[in-house]
Design a protein around this ligand. Structure first.
Ligand code: PA5
Length: 445
């Protein structure tokens, strides 16, 4: 796929031997993904998903989105983890940075998020904003039993029904959940909400190209067919092993660096629109690889902002990190630095340059400094930020994650560790069924 390029030349020589050594494992990992013969193979529905999404589903999603766009000033997406990060990543990357500061326009609702935290103030402030407003809800939970979105949904549904009336509220709520299981499925069926199904064989963090991501992205006014097309082209480009398979190369180089002692990967952007893309990526890699006492720690920085906070550590801290930089070749707009006769700020040497020319020199200068300081640099260059390229980037990272997890020797598709906090929280909150755990945890306090 020509619009996304991977460059590992400033990374691979830090771990040349390890890179050569993991080639066979990568080939085997791709075969496991293609043939469904690896650990967690009941959760690899995402591998062929982009070429299997029926046109009728895309049309239905677009029709639902249009209905919400026509009837709402605000649409609240309720979900946590894989049930909101993909949508937020794409919507943030494709939207005006100040979109939230403009008043809602007809047929262009603001997309807001809830259920991704249990902040009381956040919830209260959201309810206040929505007071007297026309709003809709997309509630997303694969299990249909996650506490954070369940609380947000109960609270917001209550307000919506009070404001719009129970009958009208029903048409302003869409539920995305399992086909049969879970409290959300039961509630949606009973209340008669429109529903979409999250396929059984697609885990939360791999679900952005299902209705989980597609519906909120369509509500925000973005072209989901192009997003899917980009992912489908990346699927073709990464289906087979080879030196031209960029997902394989990325998976190999990051594992080679890990084996050589680089335990932390920083996803770096030079465009604030990609902040939430990094949040999505962190969940994808963190939940997929951090298990059995292993796994690269996925972290992220927004540059040049964070060069003024984290730059010192990256340049001279413990040499256990490497960077993966996402760089966008061409901004969509142009702003030049103006000439100033007095030049009191001393930046006339930049006059006439586009802001992005300065940004690119900051990126290059940082790369040279960091590589010389012992920080390997992987670079992913995107032609531009649009639906097609982002679809390709999403699939690239998903595919590389599957390959990488298998090279590392873990099941990349489960998340057993996530249950530990839930068990304790339920015990502390005395959830029915957790009586024994309640007693045990209270004895520790
Ligand atoms: O990737 C995952 O599986 C998780 O992060 C889930 O997406 C998250 O826990 C939310 O789960 P659910 O969609 O069941 O509410």
């Amino acid at each position: 796929m020509k619009s996304i390029n991977l460059n590992i030349q400033d990374a691979v020589y830090f771990a040349e031997k390890q890179f050569e050594a993991n080639k066979d494992q990568a080939v085997e990992a791709i075969s496991k993904l293609e043939n469904g013969t690896g650990a967690g193979n009941d959760f690899i529905g995402w591998v062929n998903l982009p070429k299997e999404i029926p046109a009728e589903l895309v049309n239905r999603i677009n029709a639902t989105a249009e209905r919400l766009r026509e009837n709402c000033e605000y649409v609240v997406c309720i979900g946590i983890g894989g049930s909101y990060l993909g949508a937020k990543a794409v919507i943030t990357a494709l939207s005006d940075s100040f979109a939230d500061f403009y008043a809602p326009a007809p047929k262009s609702p603001k997309v807001l998020y809830a259920g991704q935290n249990i902040g009381e103030e956040y919830t209260a402030e959201l309810l206040k904003l929505l007071e007297g407003k026309k709003f809709g809800i997309i509630v997303i939970s694969k299990s249909g039993t996650t506490t954070e979105p369940a609380i947000a949904f109960r609270v917001l549904k209550d307000q919506l029904e009070k404001q719009a009336g129970k009958d009208a509220a029903k048409d302003l709520i869409v539920a995305i959940t399992d086909a049969n299981k879970g409290a959300l499925r039961a509630m949606a069926d009973k209340e008669g909400y429109e529903t979409y199904v999250i396929p059984d064989n697609v885990g939360g963090r791999f679900s952005v190209l299902t209705p989980v991501g597609l519906l909120p992205i369509a509500v925000a006014g973005h072209d989901i067919a192009r997003l899917i097309a980009g992912a489908a082209d990346m699927l073709e480009a990464t289906a087979h092993p080879g030196d031209d398979n960029i997902a394989e190369t990325y998976a190999r180089v990051r594992n080679a660096l890990y084996a050589s002692g680089k335990k932390i990967e920083l996803l770096v952007n030079y465009n604030p629109k990609l902040h939430y893309f990094a949040e999505w990526w962190k969940q994808l890699y963190g939940e997929s690889e951090g298990k059995e006492g292993k796994g690269i720690f996925p972290a992220s920085v927004d540059n040049t902002t964070d060069l003024h906070s984290m730059g010192q550590w990256i340049q001279e801290g413990e040499r256990t990190i490497f960077e993966t930089v996402i760089s966008v070749k061409k901004p969509a707009v142009s702003v030049r630095v103006p000439e100033n006769a007095e030049n009191l700020d001393g930046i006339n040497y930049l006059a006439g340059k586009n802001i992005d020319e300065v940004n690119k020199m900051a990126e290059l200068g940082t790369k040279i400094a960091h590589v010389e300081g012992g920080v390997p640099n992987i670079r992913i260059e995107l032609d531009k930020l649009d639906e097609y390229v982002l679809g390709g980037l999403i699939y690239f990272f998903e595919k590389a994650c599957g390959i990488s997890g298998y090279i590392l020797g873990v099941n990349p598709f489960n998340q057993p560790g996530v249950e530990a906090y839930k068990k304790n929280m339920f015990a502390l909150l005395e959830k029915p069924g957790y009586e024994k755990e309640s007693e045990a945890i209270k004895a520790k306090l």
